[in-house]
Ligand binder design. Sequence first.
Ligand code: SAM
Length: 238
Amino acid sequence: MSAPAHFTLNPIGIVHSCYKEKFGIPRQPGLVTESTASIELLPPFNRLDTLDGLEDFSHIWVQFIFHATMKENWKAKVRPPRLGGKEKIGVFATRATHRPNPIGLSVIKLGAIYQKSNRIFIELLGADLLDGTPVLDIKPYIPYADSIPEAKGGFAPLPDRTTLVVFSPLAKTQCDHYQSLHKRDIQTLIKQVIEQDPRPSYLQQKEGKEHGITLWDLNIRWRAHPEYFEVLHIEPSP
Ligand code: SAM
């Protein structure tokens, strides 16, 4: 039987995430453990019985659409940030977002599965997903088959080195205030996001430039110094 030339895939869920824009999202899951996100199941899949048994797994595979970049063209060769943005390699040798089919794949720690009114949520711990990401599928992570300790990691054998992050007295006070109001450890979240150095390669040479990252409803203002990053202050996101 010949396969159809085109397929229609319907999202089974949508992501709610602390990452409201692409800048600042870690390059892979598990790097920012303090990030919070959830998948909300969409009709007609918003039924708890579709998830029956999932709670016995610690991690899940999430297949999703890179919806924020899907209208941009893909290229056969891309410049991964890990290679300093200089060297080009084949798109299929990377985890780049600009792909012929804009499908992403993340293995993510599973949190609680819960229902609020008629809405069903799957909590994700340490996700690398933008708010509003359409989810195509969820599968359990099966350690004996999915974990390959002797696997070679190509150009990304280990996570990037992190950079020290310090908070100005003002930023520290603002974080404490936010934390007491919202019961979220925003300071740890900011530290874990910024220590990954989310700057694109072409900006990494520019020390002293002020950057802004949106997390939840906050705009985090920070600056790169030669040896460390400094969080200057936080303000409501415009
Ligand atoms: N773990 C996934 C994978 O390997 O397919 C994603 C890896 S990709 C290198 C990670 C980047 O995808 C993040 O830094 C973020 O900028 C971007 N991203 C996350 N969700 C996205 C979305 N819905 N649309 C476009 N880009 C997204």
